[in-house]
Design a protein. Structure first.
Length: 498
């Protein structure tokens, strides 16, 4: 097959195929309301597909199916069976990877070089969770009761999981929710983001092909305020695994109160990236640049608050601005594109709104700073890599998540000062440090209040390494053994043997 074929929406096998319905109890069904919504190609603004618009009634059906499946034979599936299922799914994702990467690119606008580049990570996730399926174990615990008692713990799947994901990395987000759920024996109702719902539907097809039993994985596409809210509030959902903005995260927590369901939250950030004058600047310039420009800044842990030591501030920010200008901005389907469009007109308004706010606050764009409208870009939602200088800590562009390719560069003079200022944020997801001084590297690694600290690199990720937030970036971890624990209950068993 010509590897480039799927990048043409008119020839992509999933886009030209059947209507985009909901997966409930192993069947592809229309929404009860019969309504659909449109998803667009952000590079061209053109309609990509119409998708079933699920709402509360569909969520009810899907949760009932997930509960039924949880109480059925799936509850007795051995760890080895769940492992094999995940390995089969991984193989199918691998075989269909080009198609899935193209779907992510067409639906959310990430450059094809990036979505193809996610291959090892996505497959690694599925195979990591396959391994975790056979690594679940309780403990035998010595107790001090008089008489003869044996006490031990069992780990049990938490039950029906409502998984709500954002649009910025549809394939990876889908896999990051399904992997631990299937590994532990939970069942899932997945609600993808309305901006980019297609990849989750295609992965659901592959789940069926892999042999996931009916009702174990259900997918309800629809809007957050209707389908998402109904899932978060549903009394028969045992856990909500949410990835998205902190504002929605707060609503999820409120909605969860009805049945006190478990909640894990992977939220946004305003991550500091600290560059010391002693750093390898040739590495730090592209490193700090791509910490924000990758995926057009639509990455939760993007290093958007760039703290630069005063004595190199002017030179370094100028170099990052020049670096940003060298990146090729354009249609995501072009293999040479390094920076694609923003996902939607709404996201374009949000980011250009912050560009205006930055200027009003007195910050100065060294590069970028305006929407791109030349030629074919006028139809898409393009903002170029932007570097703001003269930024002060209290400015909104230094405190609020923009979710666009926008760096807010702030000078600092010494280590203790930058630690304090870097921590002055409501968020705590990622953080970066660029230095050749191992002492400084350790000091910052311990002092920064964030779930990840990257030293002389940024956004290094591995399925075995936990990822998650401090403060308003959420709680719970994805990746690593910790992630699997989030999908398990611990039961203590006592047996009187005397
Ligand atoms: P969002 O919060 O607007 O939407 C996320 C999901 O929640 C979507 O599926 C949406 O339909 C749903 N939703 C919206 N309102 C809801 C409600 N009232 N009840 C239930 N569900 C609702 O976020 P977004 O714009 O899709 O994604 C961008 C945000 O996600 C950014 O803040 C980004 O930092 C964050 N994010 C975090 C991580 C992480 O791992 N920490 C990863 C990716 C994205």
């Amino acid at each position: 097959m010509n590897v480039l074929t799927p990048l043409d929406p008119a020839r992509h096998p999933f886009l030209t195929g059947k209507p985009k319905r909901l997966l409930i109890d192993g069947k592809w069904v229309e929404a009860v309301s019969g309504k659909t919504f449109d998803t667009l190609n952000p590079s061209t603004g053109a309609l990509l597909a119409s998708v079933a618009e699920g709402d509360a009634e569909d969520i009810n059906r899907a949760v009932a199916a997930a509960r039924h499946a949880f109480n059925g034979p799936w509850r007795k599936a051995k760890p080895f069976e769940r492992q094999n299922l995940l390995l089969r799914l991984a193989d199918l994702v691998e075989q269909n990877f080009e198609e899935l990467a193209a779907l992510d690119t067409l639906d959310m606008g990430a450059p094809i070089s990036r979505t193809r580049g996610n291959r090892l990570r996505v497959l690694g996730m599925l195979r990591f969770y396959a391994g975790q399926a056979t690594a679940i174990h309780g403990e035998t615990i010595e107790n001090s009761l008089p008489g003869d008692y044996v006490s031990f713990t069992l780990k049990e799947p938490v039950g029906v999981v409502g998984a709500i994901i954002p649009w910025n990395a549809p394939l990876a987000s889908t896999v990051w929710k399904l992997g631990p759920a299937l590994a532990t024996g939970c069942t899932v109702v997945l609600k993808p983001a309305e901006e980019a719902p297609l990849t989750a539907l295609r992965v659901a097809e592959l789940c069926q092909e892999a042999g996931v039993p009916p009702g174990v994985v259900n997918v309800v596409t629809g809007y957050g305020e209707t389908a998402g809210a109904a899932l978060a509030a549903h009394p028969d959902v045992d856990k909500v695994a949410f990835t998205g903005s902190h504002l929605t995260g707060q609503k999820i927590v409120q909605a969860s109160a009805g049945n006190l369901k478990r909640v894990s939250l992977e939220l946004g950030g305003k991550s500091p990236d600290v560059v010391f004058a002693d750093a390898d600047l040739d590495a730090a310039v592209p490193g700090a640049g791509m910490a924000v420009f990758a995926n057009s800044g639509q990455i939760c842990s993007a290093g958007t608050r760039l703290f630069v030591e005063q004595k190199i501030y002017e030179e370094f920010t100028a170099r990052v601005a020049v670096y940003g200008k060298t990146l090729r901005v354009g249609n995501s389907s072009d293999p040479d594109t390094q920076v694609g469009p923003l996902v939607s007109p709404e996201q374009l308004d949000r980011v250009t709104g912050y560009l205006a706010i930055g200027r009003q606050e007195g910050a100065r764009p060294l590069s970028g700073g305006e929407r791109l409208t030349q030629g074919a870009m006028a139809q898409g939602f393009f903002v170029p890599p932007t570097v703001f200088v003269d930024v002060r800590d209290e400015m909104r562009i230094a405190q609020e998540e923009i979710f666009g390719p926008v760096i807010s560069a702030i000078p600092f003079t010494d280590v203790d000062e930058v630690i304090e200022r870097a921590n002055q944020t409501n968020f705590g997801l990622g953080s970066g440090v660029w230095t050749r001084d191992v002492g400084k590297a350790h000091q910052l690694a311990r002092s920064l209040r964030a779930g990840s600290v990257w030293v002389n690199c940024y956004q290094a990720m591995d399925p075995a390494v936990p990822f998650g937030g401090y403060k308003m970036s959420g709680y719970g971890r994805e990746g690593g053994k910790q992630h699997v624990e989030e999908y398990l209950n611990v039961k203590a068993v006592w047996i009187k043997t005397g």
